[in-house]
Write a protein that binds this ligand. Structure first.
Ligand code: F6P
Length: 453
């Protein structure tokens, strides 16, 4: 029986089917995985969902990594819960992404998908209830599992339950779009926890405002900002593969300055307005033509959803349009990479003169914290006021309203012209703020705080 349990949709391992029928286990990166790897003990258990056919195959063959239990939830239930509710409803609500004249539409189909979301949460609840020792601590992650705390509280009142939201939380006006009974179920699910964690004061405040009606009684709302592990990140950024990629990029870019962004192709990341701002910079400040390159890594995400596929294509099209408008025989203004290539991203981090992080709304945004830690010459950070990282980094960043393309273009110009000494000083302070709560500390703080409840 486990004494510390973590539950999340995506787990620390995924499987790939080999040509010979064997299964290859791949360890995932990410803050949570590294937080837990440092404190792994036989008494810990990570419960996650099987995400692919290969994962399901691993579950059916009884293949498992130590300390991990993967749940084989029926694929149709999983698809409704993950794509239908978590990514198309809850994600859109928390990031304020709806195109309101057309969406959302809460109809019979939505109700059907919500049943699946409830069933998917129940599958986690059952596994946690079966695996947890008496009085164990259970740390539930994110909007996929918002109903688990309430369900688990009923099944196992002895447990100490925390829930951590990695996204923003919707404003009360936005959350009120949900049908009343569903909104109530969502909030009551969350309020089953002893402690609810958010990355920033702003998101905790939104939650409190939304939960006033059902009553917050008994649930502690806490702020635990997640940071990066400087040593880990520097080690990953200085492998021979990254060195080689860096040399290639340097040869391609030449002596020009670099504006770097790295994101999932995610609607909330505001990649299109970032490109529009770069285009405006090249238009209004022609002195930058031929002198700067925008390195954009936008690795594919949630491509099962049409809105994400269309967004990814729009990013490609706009980058192409900028390249045709301004490009010359030996200068390509935007180098965009739409693939999952962490080596290239790390090389780009090291090269960054300017980091552009302009989400329309973002739980934290670890890229804003990672780039200052590894950039070689120090980077000027252009940062959205709506990124969670704004709370910790705003003093040393150039902050922008993410909807204001002209202001973003101006901030890019200021960033590119920042004197080197100022840039170095700011980067040093940014890196120190970014590494204040590395994943292990972030995790242990939550555990300690839960034990005090
Ligand atoms: O921001 C919330 C989050 O769950 C992150 O922890 C993660 O980077 C991202 O969303 C991943 O989404 P998905 O698992 O759908 O690819």
């Amino acid at each position: 029986m486990a004494t510390v349990l973590v539950a999340s949709n995506r787990g620390p391992v995924s499987y790939k089917l080999q040509d010979d029928g064997g299964l290859d286990a791949r360890k995932g990166g990410g803050g949570l995985a590294s937080a837990l790897s440092g404190i792994s003990s036989p008494d810990n258990l990570w419960v996650c969902a099987a995400l692919s056919e290969a994962d399901r195959e691993a579950v059916s063959r009884g293949v498992a990594e130590p300390g991990v239990r993967m749940l084989d939830i029926p694929p149709e239930v999983y698809a409704d819960a993950y794509n239908g509710i978590a990514n198309s409803v809850l994600w859109f609500l928390h990031h304020h992404l709806y195109d309101v004249p057309r969406e959302p539409v809460f109809d019979a189909e939505f109700r059907r998908q919500w049943e699946s979301y409830r069933a998917y949460n129940e599958a986690f609840t059952e596994a946690l209830a079966a695996e947890a020792a008496h009085g164990a601590a259970v740390l539930v992650q994110d909007y996929h599992l918002a109903l688990v705390p309430g369900q688990l509280r009923k099944a196992r009142p002895d447990l100490r339950i925390a829930h951590f939201t990695h996204t923003p939380w919707a404003s009360p006006a936005y959350l009120r779009m949900l049908p009343d009974d569903i909104r109530e179920e969502l909030l009551r699910g969350m309020l089953g926890a002893d402690e609810l964690g958010f990355h920033t004061r702003a998101w905790a405040k939104e939650f409190r405002a939304c939960a006033e009606q059902p009553g917050l009684s008994g649930t502690h709302v806490a702020v635990h900002p997640l940071g990066v592990d400087a040593d880990d990140l520097r080690k990953m950024a200085h492998t021979p593969e990254v060195d080689a990629r860096l040399a290639e990029l340097r040869a391609e870019i030449g002596p020009r300055r670099t504006i770097v962004r790295v994101d999932r192709t995610e609607l909330s990341k505001n990649i299109l307005r970032g490109l529009l701002a770069y285009r405006e910079l090249l238009t209004t400040r022609p002195e930058w033509r031929e002198k700067v390159v925008h390195l954009a890594s936008a690795y594919p995400s949630r491509q099962d959803l049409e809105s994400y596929r269309a967004y990814t294509q729009a990013v490609r099209d706009l980058a192409d349009a900028i390249n045709s408008e301004f490009g010359t025989a030996d200068w390509q203004p935007v180098l965009v990479s739409v693939k999952d290539d962490f080596t290239r991203s790390l090389a780009a981090y090291r090269l960054a003169d300017v980091a552009l992080v302009n989400p329309v709304r973002d739980g934290m945004n670890l890229v804003a914290k990672e780039i200052p830690v590894v950039s070689e010459e120090g980077c000027a950070l252009v940062l959205s006021t709506e990124a969670g990282a704004y709370e910790e980094l705003h003093e040393d960043a150039l902050t922008v309203n993410p909807f204001d393309v002209t202001a973003t273009a101006e901030a890019l110009h200021r960033a590119l012209t920042m004197p080197p000494a100022e840039r170095k000083d700011r980067t040093r302070r940014l890196a120190s703020a970014a590494t204040a709560f590395p994943p292990q500390r972030w995790f242990l703080n939550q555990l300690a705080s839960l034990r005090d409840r």
